[in-house]
Design a protein around this ligand. Structure first.
Ligand code: FE2
Length: 250
């Protein structure tokens, strides 16, 4: 979301106001095929509240608070995690194609076997003692971010008969204030599980779905070390990356 209008307060203070992009690419809060949306989607029309100082300002995670290895999920333990090592990189762009520098990008994902290190993920796939599946990075001056991780696995999730999530990496972009946080998922090209995944297909526009699929980037690979995928994130406009309800956690 970007700043697009301003409100005049009673005391003369002019506050910027942020609103959700109205492009029809984003998934609806209620998607019948995605069962858990039925219990958390609002049943009443939304009421837009005016933004006040607390919604548009606040402490930001500065560069100095990022750990040296936060962006490298393969080096956060004594040993290396199992799985195919990959580089995931790209740019964060605004609706006019301009890079968004110094913005916090966070990711979370399963290990190579398709299991999260999470209390309620207990399906019979092994945990990896050398993999937490969580990373964060700041974009540089050109809006570019870069992670080193391992290829995540598919996992079953009981949404429907024999339901499997396609391999994916969750992304969060923090923006300049809490009201700007955006959440999406990155998928991998050619995944055979797209056809039966109601989360991927809750984005109804096929072209918008394509924008959630990373591009295999052979030029970005490191010979004899890692494959690479490129995933640009566009914050709004006709080329916007589809963003989801923040409570989605599958
Ligand atoms: Fe997931």
């Amino acid at each position: 979301m970007t700043q697009d209008t301003a409100d005049q307060t009673g005391n003369g203070l002019v506050l910027p106001r942020y609103r959700r992009d109205d492009v029809d690419a984003h998934p609806p809060l209620l998607s019948p095929g995605y069962k858990s949306t039925a219990v958390r989607a609002p049943r009443q029309p939304l009421i837009y509240l005016p933004h006040r100082l607390t919604e548009i300002t606040g402490p930001l995670l500065g560069e100095g608070r990022l750990g040296e290895l936060d962006h490298d999920l393969t080096r956060q333990h004594d040993g290396e995690p199992q799985g195919q090592r990959i580089i995931v990189h790209g740019r964060v762009l605004d609706g006019d194609g301009r890079p968004v520098p110094h913005t916090l990008v966070e990711i979370w994902q399963t290990n190579a076997a398709g299991r999260y290190r999470h209390a309620v993920d207990n399906w019979p796939a092994p945990l990896d003692p050398n993999f937490d599946g969580v990373g964060r990075a700041l974009t540089d001056e050109r809006g570019h971010y870069r992670f080193v991780t391992v290829q995540p696995g598919a996992y079953p999730w009981k949404n429907h008969d024999n339901a499997w999530r396609p391999a994916h990496i969750h992304f969060s972009l923090f923006g300049r204030a809490f009201t700007q946080r955006l959440v999406t998922q990155m998928y991998f090209p050619g995944d055979p599980l797209f056809f039966q995944d109601p989360i991927f297909n809750s984005v109804r526009d096929p072209k918008a779905r394509e924008r959630m699929i990373a591009r295999y980037d052979h030029a970005g690979t490191v010979p004899e070390w890692a494959l690479a995928y490129e995933f640009d994130i566009v914050l709004r406009g006709r080329e916007s990356t589809p963003f989801e309800d923040e409570d989605d956690d599958e």
